[in-house]
Design a binder for this molecule. Sequence first.
Ligand code: PEP
Ligand code: MN
Length: 337
Amino acid sequence: MAGPCSAETEEQTLTAARGVAAAGADVFRAGVWKPRTKPGGFEGIGAPALPWLARARRETGLPVITEIATPAHLHLVLEAGLDGVWIGARTTANPFAVQELADAFAALSDRERNSLAVLVKNPVNPDLELWIGAIERLQGAGVGRLGAIHRGFSSYGERYYRNAPMWRIPIELKRRMPQLPLYCDPSHIGGRRDLVAPLSRQAMDMEFDGLIIESHCKPDKALSDSAQQITPDELRELIAGLDRPCRAEDGGLDDCRRRIDAIDDELMELLARRMAVSREIGRYKRERGLAIVQPDRYRTLIERRAAEAARLKIDENFVRSILETIHEESVRQQLKP
Ligand code: PEP
Ligand code: MN
């Protein structure tokens, strides 16, 4: 699935739809109602953009999906004759909003309800039960064509990804609900163009059922999520790259490598968080004229971890050298003005 973050004009919507169709996407996405963090951002065109989506559908033959957050949105999408909807991360986080949507689905005729596929994005916070709860509310309303979208989890402060993938959460969702199609949204996870392809590869290696990718003909001019959108040409390249096997060797290794990649992702996140705290400590010490390196604290920190090494089945010297390296970088960060 691919398409722009937002439908901005009729022309932009149609060129994006033609572009992603030619690039090999199976479904066209475009946001019409955009939940913005702060007022004043581009909040989407709203209902007037729905005829543009309907036209994109007629012209490309692709099924078309958009985000809904309220029963009123649902009814407008049905009137426009679209093929599916996604429920955004901010909405999934709110059980009242999800229940209102579920009630609106329950009140539809079977024909109308079955005319739409419904994809539930994970809530913004890393809460698997809340995600499953939203899916269950919709199941309870008789929604049959359900899927889930992993778009990562937000956090505060310095970070490598816009929304941390925390792969173990979607993997656990798959274990708990094996029949539910699970898609990955590398655009909102990465938040940066250059991360979209590697995240896509990683998700497909982890046996996700597909991807939803933001694609805009002029990403730099996009009114929302400009940094993470890719052109249709880049999308074609990305899709071609997924078909190329990236390793010819023994398939038995693949599973281990996927796990290693997921763990390394978390290590990167943790290191970024640790360095952010180090900088905070640096500021505190500077303001109070305290020494940056406090040797006693340093020795206890390393000794305490080294003593845990055996229990965790890792080498004690390895632990010491890792912690020394981390400490060295931490001091460097604390000295930064
Ligand atoms: C989107 O898909 O453009 C969007 C707003 O997504 P999310 O709900 O994941 O932030
Ligand atoms: Mn977006």
